[in-house]
Every structure is written in C-alpha cells, then in structure tokens.
Design a protein around this ligand. Structure first.
Ligand SMILES: [Zn+2]
Length: 437
C-alpha cells in the first residue's frame, strides 16, 4: 500500500513537474539549435540537397519523389509513426522561400529530440510528410512560376506541370488528414487598414464555392487560433487573415476539396527584422499547430480568435515616404512644387541588390511609410533631372536656404548636394532629414 502510494506520488509529481512546451519554449529551442544558416531567399536547390544529406545522417527518412520540369529532384521527408497524417509543402512559388528552412529546422529538431516527452507524443500521434521546395526551378531563378512559366498554384485542374502532378499524386496516394500550404506574401501587406505589416497571415481553406464548412475546416480554424495565440507573443497585431475567394485552379482549394483540409500560411515581413526571424516564427507556428493536433488541445481552442482576425489589406503602406519635399524637375527648367513622394523596394534575394522605384507623387497624407522623412526644408531632385512615377529612387537633397543654379551643367559637381539617398541607403548626409517614427 505504502509502495503503491509512493509510486502514485512519483507518477503524479513526475507528470505535474513536466513543464508544458510553450510557444516561447519553441522559440528558445530554435534560437539554440536551428539547423538552417542560409537566408531563405539565398537557398538554392544545391544547398537543399546538402541539407537533406545532413538530415539523412541523423536518421530522417528522405526520399526523392519526383523531378521538376528541368529535372531537378523533388524530395519528401517523413517523420513520426502516428495515425494522423500531416502533409506540408513549401515553395510552390519559387520566390516564396521562408517555409523551406523552417520545415527543415522543425524536422531536424524533432529527430534530434525524440527523448523529450512532447516530441515523443508527436512521434506517436502523427506521421508528418514534408515536400520542401516543390518548385526548385522557380527557386533557382527566384521567380514565382515554374520553368514552363506556369503558376503551379493555378494548375490544380489542368495538371500540366510536373510539380503540380506530383503534389496531387502524393496527396491522392496518402490521403493525409491535414495539409499545410506554405507561401510568402508581399512585405507591404497590412493587417486590415492598420499600417501594421501582416507578418504572418492564415487561412483555413474551405475548398468549395458554396462556403460550406465541415469538421476538418472547423478543426483547422481552431488550429489557426492556436497559431495566432502562439505568434501574438512575438508579433502582436501583425497577424492577418488571408482573404481568398474559392479558386478551382488553386491547390489549396482543390486539395481541401479532395479530402485533405488545408491551412494556408503566408509569411510577409516585419520592418527591421531579417528573414531568419520569419523562419523562427514559422517554426513556432508549425510546432504549436502540430502539438495541438497531437495532444488534442486544439479541441479546446476558440475558433473565434481566427474568425475575428482582421483580413489582409494592401495599398496603404510604402517602404519609404519623403514628406512635403520641394521637387525640382531641373531637366524641364520647372519651378519647384511641394509633394510627398513614396518609393518601394523590389523583392530580391538577400544577397542581391534590391532597386527602389518611385510609386506615388502628391498628397500621400493617408498613407504610411515604413520609413518616413521630413523633406520640407529641402529641394529633392533625381539625378536624371526628372522625378516621375516608375523612376529610380535615387534622390539628391539640397537645403532650401541654398542658392542653386538648376541649369548648371554637372549639377552634382558644381553644387554638391547636402544629402544623397540611393536605393534605400543614405550615402551622404544621413540623419540630416528628420526621420519620423
Ligand atoms: Zn504563393
């Protein structure tokens, strides 16, 4: 009796002292032992292959399951031995890379930490299959479409791409219970009409044009709520709801319709944070979701947290706004005029030069710039002599108190500007213009 009591006490205490794995713990784990080191946008197919070799060495099951249009290998990794089948695929759009290192980090962590009780629970409840970089040809060119110039995510009906065919085949043969469709969205997407960037947006895909719900969709809404609660601890207010109409050509919709309810995760950006931070957020989101599925805690989650999330919005945010600039189009010998001017940065790989372009000139008082400068005490000119929409975001600034002969040949040499802003960087006179925020 006494022994039984001690035994009971041991198990009871042992259970209660096992700390629950929280979103903060997932993030701390990632900080300590993430596997990926290359910025997602710089990750090539050749790098992926090397990383998959590393995963094989630690015992993960990595299999070549198909080839891209240009015959690049497409792989699937499997982990776990549970009854619930989880299917995840990343980078169907070649220039949407954040999820690729995030899924690899997740699998590496799970494989290396199988001794942990929460990992064991995942291993025994779930079987996870992941296709990282479904579109390796697009990834190589850092373009959305595959090498046939087809958007794979519009090929779910036509099935003219090898990559789309493969995705359908992998789903049909395995009939997973849940799918995670992993993408990136524009960095200037906002949460509703706020100026807050939508760092992560979620969609529990319905998969039918009538808007009918089902058990899988309801479960996915609760899992989205779990992810929102987790992510809100790191990027409060920066989570949006992806607003998407049913599209019979899209895989998210079709895969849901075929019987695997899909959650779409769209990664945006967060000003001042790099791509690896976004990888960490994805990692935290996936593990929070999968843990809630494995320990069934998703059943207690409140779908309203997802349902009341503001929808994504766009058009209200720019990378840079120069307020009340005195624009001089000296190539036209024109008089200065006052305007706000916005420029955006083109999306490029992290290691590549990202040019900026003028997007709007005029009264931009209702818009927000991630960086804003007060230009009211300055003349703003473009090196070409013309400030026009679509022109390059390379500006020279002159204090208004200066006498400048705008007709002077070789203006920059004879009248050196006080500040120069070139494609997102101050190359002269940094901090001369007052920065807002
Ligand atoms: Zn996409």
């Amino acid at each position: 009796m006494k022994f039984a009591l001690i035994l009971f006490a041991f198990f009871f205490l042992n259970n209660t002292v096992t700390p629950a794995q929280t979103a903060k713990d997932f993030a701390a784990d990632w900080d300590k032992q993430h596997f990926s080191t290359i910025a997602p946008s710089d990750l090539r197919h050749a790098d992926l292959k090397k990383q998959l070799d590393e995963l094989k060495k630690i015992g993960l099951k990595v299999e070549e399951v198909g080839k891209s249009y240009a015959s690049r290998e497409i792989y699937q990794i499997e982990w776990g031995k549970g009854a619930t089948k989880v299917f995840m695929w990343s980078q169907m759009h070649g220039d949407e890379p954040t999820a690729t290192p995030a899924v690899l980090d997740m699998l590496a962590y799970l494989q290396k930490n199988r001794g942990k009780s929460w990992v064991k629970e995942l291993e025994n409840s779930l079987t996870i299959r992941v296709v990282p970089m479904l579109n390796p040809d697009g990834a190589e060119l850092f373009q959305r479409r595959n090498l046939q110039s087809i958007d794979i995510n519009r090929d779910a009906q036509d099935l003219q791409t090898p990559e789309g065919n493969l995705l359908k085949k992998l789903r049909d043969e395995w009939q997973p219970a849940i799918g995670f469709n992993l993408h990136n969205q524009g960095s200037l997407t906002t949460v509703g009409r706020t100026p807050k960037q939508a760092t992560i947006s979620l969609l529990a895909v319905l998969g039918n044009p009538e808007g009918k719900t089902n058990d899988g969709h309801e479960r996915n809404k609760r899992i989205c709520a779990v992810m929102i609660n987790a992510l809100n601890q790191f990027v409060p207010g920066h989570i949006g709801r992806y607003d998407d109409e049913y599209n019979p050509r899209a895989f998210g919709d079709k895969i849901s319709e075929w019987g695997t309810p899909v959650i779409l995760i769209e990664t945006g950006a967060l000003h001042g944070r790099d791509e690896m931070f976004l990888v960490k957020l994805n990692y935290v989101a996936y593990l929070s979701a999968l843990k809630s599925l494995a320990d069934k805690s998703e059943r207690q989650a409140d779908a309203k947290i997802y349902e009341t999330l503001p929808f994504n919005s766009s058009g209200g945010l720019y990378n840079y706004i120069f307020r009340r600039a005195n624009i001089v189009n000296f190539a036209e010998n024109a008089e200065p005029f006052t305007a706000d001017i916005s420029i955006n940065t083109d999306r490029r790989r992290a290691a590549e030069f990202a040019p900026t372009f003028i997007r709007e000139i005029g009264d931009l008082s209702i818009y927000t710039g991630l960086d804003e400068y007060d230009a009211k005490d300055f003349y703003l000119v473009n090196k070409s002599g013309l400030v026009r929409n679509g022109g390059s975001g390379e500006f020279m600034f002159y204090k208004k108190t200066r006498e400048i002969d705008w007709k002077a040949k070789d203006l920059e040499k004879i009248f050196p500007p006080d500040a120069i802003f070139t494609n997102g960087k101050w190359t002269k006179g940094e901090k001369l213009l007052l920065k807002k925020f």
